[in-house]
Design a protein around this ligand. Structure first.
Ligand SMILES: [Zn+2]
Length: 305
């Protein structure tokens, strides 16, 4: 949704309330007190009331907006901006675009929305053929510490990002063999130990999958976690082909992170979550706004997330 459509669709707080009520009813409102799902709508109070125990749930309760004093319209405007571009906004740019007075408020809101994106993608495991590789990205380092830390790949100035990409081999009679990609996951990890890779693969990749990696010793135990583990030397043509989409995603991630002046290691996972969420929904177009709203109202009331 673009900004002109936002103003048409949501001219005031009431129109936002109507839309969010519809979305919450479609997703199902769960009572925090008794777990019941049947509710009345209290028109005057703009709240749901549990038919079983009378507990009341506001439009914000149990969603990413819980505990926020910001109007519903501010949240929906932020989601409009965040979903409008494949790239991203820095909190400062989002604050400017929204004409909001407090940087810290918009910074907090933006990171909450990024967490929601991560939770949504956390519902799914990667399947079929999955590429797995690790990347190093620059992280924010205090200038007085910078001198003491070594430069270069794998240095203390860099964070490690495990990258997983679902890819399928296409047999094309005219152009030869190629691969198409579906979904991606990226996770910040603390080390390159075999145990770390093993846990990631078990958590995020289906055990029936065919896993492709390079020859690193980090991947030594992975054949127990999946159906088949294919490993090739990364410099070989076969090795490069096997990790084609993981490498493209890593290269795009590095461009995406350049939007930001500094990315702290503590918040890095949120940036990875936004990057993957948008990449996984790259064909959604205008529908991305509604999907992000569904993600924003979904996770906090659902026990399994
Ligand atoms: Zn109840």
């Amino acid at each position: 949704m673009n900004i002109l459509k936002f103003y048409e669709r949501f001219p005031d707080e009431d129109s936002c309330a109507v839309y969010l009520r519809e979305q919450r009813e479609q997703q199902g409102v769960i009572c925090k007190k008794c777990g019941g799902s049947a509710h009345y709508w209290l028109c005057n109070k703009k709240m749901f009331q549990c038919k079983h125990c009378d507990f009341r749930t506001s439009l914000k309760n149990g969603t990413v907006m819980e505990n926020s004093n910001l109007p519903l319209r501010t949240w929906l405007l932020a989601i409009t901006f965040i979903s409008a571009t494949k790239k991203s906004f820095s909190a400062l740019e989002l604050q400017r675009q929204m004409g909001h007075s407090r940087y810290a408020t918009i910074f907090g809101l933006l990171h909450k929305v990024r967490e929601v994106m991560g939770k949504r993608d956390g519902l799914y495991q990667l399947e079929d053929m999955v590429e797995y590789d690790e990347a190093f990205v620059e992280k924010a380092t205090k200038s007085d510490e910078k001198q003491a830390l070594k430069k270069g790949r794998g240095s203390q100035r860099q964070a490690i990002v495990a990258t997983m990409a679902e890819s399928t081999i296409l047999e094309d009679l005219d152009t030869g063999k190629d691969k198409s990609c579906r979904y991606f996951k990226m996770k910040k990890i603390d080390d390159l130990k075999a145990k770390t890779a093993e846990k990631l693969v078990r958590d995020f990749i289906d055990k029936e999958a065919v896993l492709q990696t390079d020859e690193s010793t980090t991947y030594i135990n992975l054949e127990d976690c999946v159906d088949v583990h294919v490993h090739e030397i990364s410099s070989s043509a076969e090795g490069k082909f096997n990790l084609k989409w993981a490498h493209i995603a890593i290269s795009n991630l590095k461009s995406y992170l350049r939007t930001y002046h500094m990315v702290s290691e503590r918040k890095l996972q949120n940036y990875l979550d936004e990057f993957c969420y948008k990449l996984n929904r790259r064909y959604f177009g205008q529908k991305l706004f509604d999907r992000l709203v569904i993600a924003a109202i979904y996770p906090y009331w659902h026990n399994s997330v």
